[in-house]
Structures are given as structure tokens and as C-alpha cells.
Design a protein around this ligand. Sequence first.
Ligand code: NDP
Length: 289
Amino acid sequence: MTVLDGKAVAKKVRDEVKARAEAFAAAHGRKPGLHVVLVGDDPASQVYVRNKERAAAKAGLEGQVHRLPGDTTQADLEALVAKLNADPAIDGILVQLPLPGHLEAQPVLDAIDPSKDVDGLTALNAGLLVDGRDGLRPCTPSGCMRLIEETGADLTGQRALVIGRSVLVGKPVALMLLARNATVTIAHSRTADLEARVRESDIVVAAVGRPEMVRGEWIKEDAIVLDVGINRTDEGKLVGDVEYAAAAERAGWITPVPGGVGPMTIAMLLGNTVTAAERREARGPRGGR
Ligand code: NDP
């Protein structure tokens, strides 16, 4: 068994991003710009946004956070997104979720210019993924695929199981595995006999949010196991959706929690921002789609 070390791979990705950001700045006289919108004072979101801000600066990006009060109106939030869309020096826009209860997330996400949608959550980018065309891909699924690349495995004809069907993780990662010619099954809360599906799978991506629900003994010998889940136990410990110690005895490759998929997400976000910047400059000064 080999541990898929997300921290080490994320560092590699961040180094690559930094080199690309420097080349971009040398060619265009400005750094790629990532702007994050944070509404309200949710403590977890504040930590995530601070981490993104720091990582952006370290990777040679121009990063800015727009902190809006918790009682911001839908119209004011959408007006800010429109302003960021119109600014040619901004390449990536990310609206930190969840938004306070009185705001609707979907219209805000839909308002983001798809060429600046570094979270890959607009309908256009989702459609481009379905169609197998170039677009900005969601960060956590891209991080999963990058980790799978590290194994050197050819996914052609392999049986892949994605547990979870969210727009953020499950669905996009399933499409990405399909694009690599895996035979993909998507499991969810209504799936019958999850154990049997796991037992037959060469690749398992667990994105549920239930502590250690995938038992180690279900894992097929030598399978690749990616654990997206982040769960805090009553004792305050972080665990994934997979029973790690027992699964590690059977898997060929496995991601730990923490230190697996988690660190990849921000690294892929930085990569998306540089990609968005490069593509926008290649399309001309107005940065159209
Ligand atoms: P969601 O809550 O949006 O989706 C969870 C999915 O799991 C749903 O599709 C649900 O099915 C399915 N599910 C629930 N119970 C079961 C069950 N008993 N058996 C099989 N499937 C089940 O979560 P997300 O996709 O947003 O996130 C999943 C996990 O990944 C969370 O722990 C989250 O914290 C973590 N995460 C980690 C990230 C990272 O950077 N590492 C980034 C994003 C998320 P149904 O559709 O039927 O309800």
C-alpha cells in the first residue's frame, strides 16, 4: 500500500502554478488576479478564505478578499459580482459558500462570468465538462484526478465507484473518471448494497460526509481509494468517509484524512486562476469567453 500524500502533491502543484504565474506576469505586466467574496462571519468560511488569500500570495497571484456584512442584500452581492466581471485585471472570482440564509446562492453563481469561474460551478462550465470540452473544472474533483495521476494507473476499463452525487464533488468527479475511460458507477443515499459496489471497484472515491462509513474490509485488493470526506468526531478528531486503517491494509493507494484530498483543493483553485488568466489574455484584451 502506498499513501497518496496530498500535502506533497499539492506542494508540487503550487510550485508549478507559481512558475506559470511568474511567466504570465513577465508576459503581461500584471499578476493573475483572484478575488474572493465572503459574506458574513461564518468562522469556518473565514478560515478557508484566509487560507486561500495566503496561498494565492505565496503562488505569485494578486489576491483580494471582498468582505461583506452578513445583512448584505442579494442585489448588492450580485452588483459586486458584476463589477468584478467587468474588471479586466480580475481573472478568477470565487464566492465563498455557504451564503447567509437570506441569500440565494445559485443566481449569484450564475452571475459569474464563466471565463472567471475558477470554482467551475456555473452552468456553462458544468456543460463543458459534460461535453468533454475545455472549461474551468471544479477544484476538489480536479484534485482527486491529479492524485490518481500520481499512481500512474491507466483507468481504461477499470471499475470506478463514486459515492456521493453532489454538484460540487460527486457528479464532476464521475464525469472526469468517465473521460479517462473508467467504467463509472455513482452511488448515493438510495443505492442498494453499497458494500457489493465497493467490493467490485478498482477505484473508490468517497464524497459523502459520514465518518468511516466505507468499511475497510469492503475495499478490493490493490484498489485506489480517494477519501474526500471531512468529518469531525465527538473527540474532535478529523476522519474521512473511509475506515482508513483497515482500508489501508487492502488498498494499493489511499489518501489519508487530513492530508489527502483536502490540500489539493486550494492548489487546484490557484491553477484554475492562472489557466483563466492565460485563456483570457489569449482571447484578447477584453477577455471574452
Ligand atoms: P453533499 O452533502 O452535498 O453530498 C453528499 C452525498 O452523499 C449525497 O449525494 C448523498 O446522497 C450521499 N450520501 C448520503 N448518505 C449516503 C449513504 N448512506 N450512502 C451513500 N451515499 C450517501 O456533500 P459534498 O459532496 O459537498 O461533500 C461530501 C464530503 O466531502 C463532505 O464531508 C465534505 O465536507 C467533503 N468535502 C471536502 C472537500 C475537500 O476539499 N476535501 C471539498 C468539498 C467537500 P443523496 O444525493 O441521495 O442525498
